[in-house]
Each structure stands twice: as C-alpha cells, then as structure tokens.
Design a protein around this ligand. Structure first.
Ligand SMILES: Nc1ncnc2c1ncn2[C@@H]1O[C@H](COP(=O)(O)OP(=O)(O)OP(=O)(O)O)[C@@H](O)[C@H]1O
Length: 370
C-alpha cells in the first residue's frame, strides 16, 4: 500500500500542511526538534489511532489549539481509501471514505505501518511491558478483533483487582465474586494468549531467515514466548483454560495479599536468543540492534503474508545508527516493494541508492518544503 498524500492541521508543531507523497521513498530532513518525527508519528497515528510515543491524545494537539486533524489518501490493492482522524481532548473521531467509524478498531488496519525507531532497541533490552506493547501493536494491526479482546480483558483485570483489594474485609463473599471474575479472566485471556503464540511462531520464522541474512549465516535467532503459566506448547483453548485456572488457584493467596492479578497475558514476556544465548543478557549492543531490526523486517513480511499487501515503513532516525551491512540489508530487501518514510538530520548518512527517485522534504519549525 502507498500513502499518496497527507494533510495535517494543528498536529503538534505542524499548523497546516498538505504533502504529496507519491514516491516510493520520502525523506524528511532537518535539524533537531523541527518536527520530522512528528510527521512520521502522524502517519503512525493514522494507522493505529495512537502514537508510538505517548498514550495521551492531548499531547498530539498543537499547543493552544482545541483539536487536531489528520488525513491521508491511501492507495491499496483494492482501490483508494481516504482516512480522516480528528483528535480532541474528549476523544477521537475516525472516518473511512467519509463514513464515521463508531469503533476505532474498525479504522485500525486500513493503513498498515511498521515503524523502526531508536527506542525499538527497548523491545530487546526494555521491560516486559515494552515487549507486550510490541506484540499488541503488531497483532492488532492485522487482527482488529484482537484489540477488542484485549480491551475487554484489561477491563476484567481492573474489576478483578478491585475484588482482590477488598478480599480481606469481605471474607467469604469475595470468593464468590472471584469465581465469577476468574471465569471471565481466563475465557478472555486464553484467546489473547493463543493469538500471541501463533503470531510469535510466525514472526520467529521470518526473523530467523532475515537475521541469518544480515549476519551472513553466523547467527541463529530464536524467540521464546514466556506466558505467566506453563502452556506445554499447546494452543488448545480448553487445555489452556485448565492450566490458567490451576495457576490462579496456586497464586490465590499471593494475589489477595498483594491485591493484584498476577496471572494472565498482562504478565506475558518474550525472550530472544542468538545461537542459544539470551540476547537481553549476553548480546552485544550490535546484536541487540540487529535483533530489533530483524524483528521489524520480519513484521513487514508477516503483514504482507496476512493481508496480501506490504505495509508502509517508517524509519525514524535509524539509518545513521546502522552499519553499511545492515543499511544495505534494509534498503535492498524492500527497495521497490515497500513505501518508506525516513527522517534524518543529514542525507550523507543514507545509502546513495536510497536517494535515487526519492522525495526530499526539508522540515523547519513544523513547516515542510519540497
Ligand atoms: N503538542 C505540541 N504542540 C506544539 N509543538 C509541539 C507539541 N509537541 C511537541 N512539539 C514540538 O515539536 C518539536 C519536536 O519535533 P520532533 O520530535 O518531530 O523533532 P525532530 O525534528 O524529529 O527532532 P530530532 O531530530 O531531535 O528527533 C519540538 O520543538 C517540540 O517543542
């Protein structure tokens, strides 16, 4: 798919712009703090209705303004799609081809993106929460019902935590309530776990091949899913249900003592291995970076496999961080297949082949000049 044009109003430091982005490669060049990432972020927000940098809607609206407007025309396999998103402190309004979408999950996925930014190193090095967010964003893009299931699940965790917090005072009556919430937690949780497991095994296949390519066959990458209870490798929902319930009963005392739910997909994690050594602990900075890159490149292939179209690639200030070998890999793999948006402070760090036929935009204080 291709982003053919972008319109922004009162989006962060961008007052009003309309950009034609017909080219395969679009480069936003400018000094620090001029708005380059804001532009990439806007494309990301049009795809996922939220930013990769913040969960707060308000931060995306230009200072002193009441609302922000984002729009884009996307060229897809089945024809053009017009996307509009209005952000206000009260919420979001999304339209596809002029039709308002009551559920944001219907809007997500009309545009698919893969963003690679310096903070993606955190997928490898950061907290489990970062890795869960990575999973949720990627699965949610191709399976909108996953986002719905996740939202339902999160509500259940909050309600169940309330019961746990009051369990001491309420004594026996809390047990009946917990039984009800356990059933809900496990029913919804199992669906999320199953989808995550399936996604991870597909991601691993692609990431392994890509990683091998980048490292000239020297490194074998593998990914391990670490759920909060033993799954014994199964995807059978009834069996998972059982395992989840057993773990809950084992953890009951601890949960009541701490007043929080300690079992379930909100406690999941992932682990990465290179040649059977854990990358988080033993990997060099370069290996951690290559792992993050392999995951992102794998995502591109995975989205293509799921929806039959390549997503748009957003590279935020990362080319200069990659050595020639990794840059070449990134560029050559997707040269003509994937529309790419790149931000940089200087084009000298970008491989010359990437500049051929590129649209180059200069970004200064939220203004963009071709
Ligand atoms: N809600 C907002 N309203 C107005 N301006 C904002 C808002 N949020 C951020 N800014 C401004 O946007 C600018 C940052 O833009 P951005 O993050 O896109 O920088 P950049 O050009 O990518 O820089 P770098 O190369 O340092 O990453 C800053 O000047 C910041 O003050």
């Amino acid at each position: 798919m291709f982003v053919k044009n972008i319109q922004l109003q009162n989006y962060r430091n961008v007052k009003q712009i309309e950009l034609s982005t017909e080219q395969n490669v679009n480069i936003f060049i400018g000094q620090n703090a001029q708005g380059k990432t804001n532009l990439l972020e806007a494309i990301f927000v049009l795809a996922l209705t939220k930013s990769h940098r913040t969960d707060k809607n308000k931060e995306l609206i230009g200072w002193g303004e009441n609302s922000a407007h984002l729009g884009a025309l996307i060229d897809k396999k089945y024809g053009p799609v017009n996307l509009e998103l209005n952000l206000s402190p009260q919420g979001k309004q999304a339209k596809i081809n002029g039709l308002e979408q009551k559920k944001l999950s219907n809007f997500i996925g009309a545009l698919n993106v893969v963003m690679f930014a310096p903070e993606d190193l955190e997928i490898v090095k950061g907290t489990p929460g970062v890795r869960r967010r990575f999973l949720d964003i990627e699965i949610g893009q191709v399976q909108p019902n996953y986002i719905y299931a996740l939202q339902q699940y999160q509500k259940i965790v909050i309600q169940r935590n309330n019961v746990l917090k009051n369990a001491w005072q309420q004594g026996a009556s809390s047990q009946a309530m917990l039984d009800v919430w356990n059933e809900q937690l496990v029913t919804h949780g199992v669906k999320i776990i199953k989808k995550r497991k399936q996604f991870i095994s597909k991601l691993e296949q692609w990431a392994k091949t890509i990683h091998e390519g980048i490292t000239d066959g020297l490194e074998q990458l593998s990914i391990q899913y670490l759920p909060s209870f033993p799954m014994d490798g199964t995807e059978d929902e009834a069996v998972l249900f059982e395992h989840f319930m057993i773990k809950l009963s084992q953890m009951k005392e601890q949960e009541v003592r701490r007043g929080i739910t300690l079992v379930g997909p909100h406690r999941d994690d992932l682990s990465f291995y290179i040649n059977d050594k854990e990358v988080q602990t033993f990997g060099s900075q370069g290996q951690q970076r290559t792992t993050a890159l392999s995951l992102k490149l794998a995502e591109i292939e995975l989205i293509h496999e799921e929806i039959g179209e390549y997503p748009v690639l957003l590279l935020d200030d990362v080319l200069s961080e990659l050595d020639q070998n990794r840059q070449t890999q990134l560029i050559e793999t997707f040269q003509s297949k994937v529309q790419t948006f790149i931000t940089t402070t200087g084009i000298e760090s970008i491989h010359a082949s990437k500049l051929k036929d590129a649209n180059i935009y200069h970004v200064r204080a939220g203004n963009v000049m071709r």
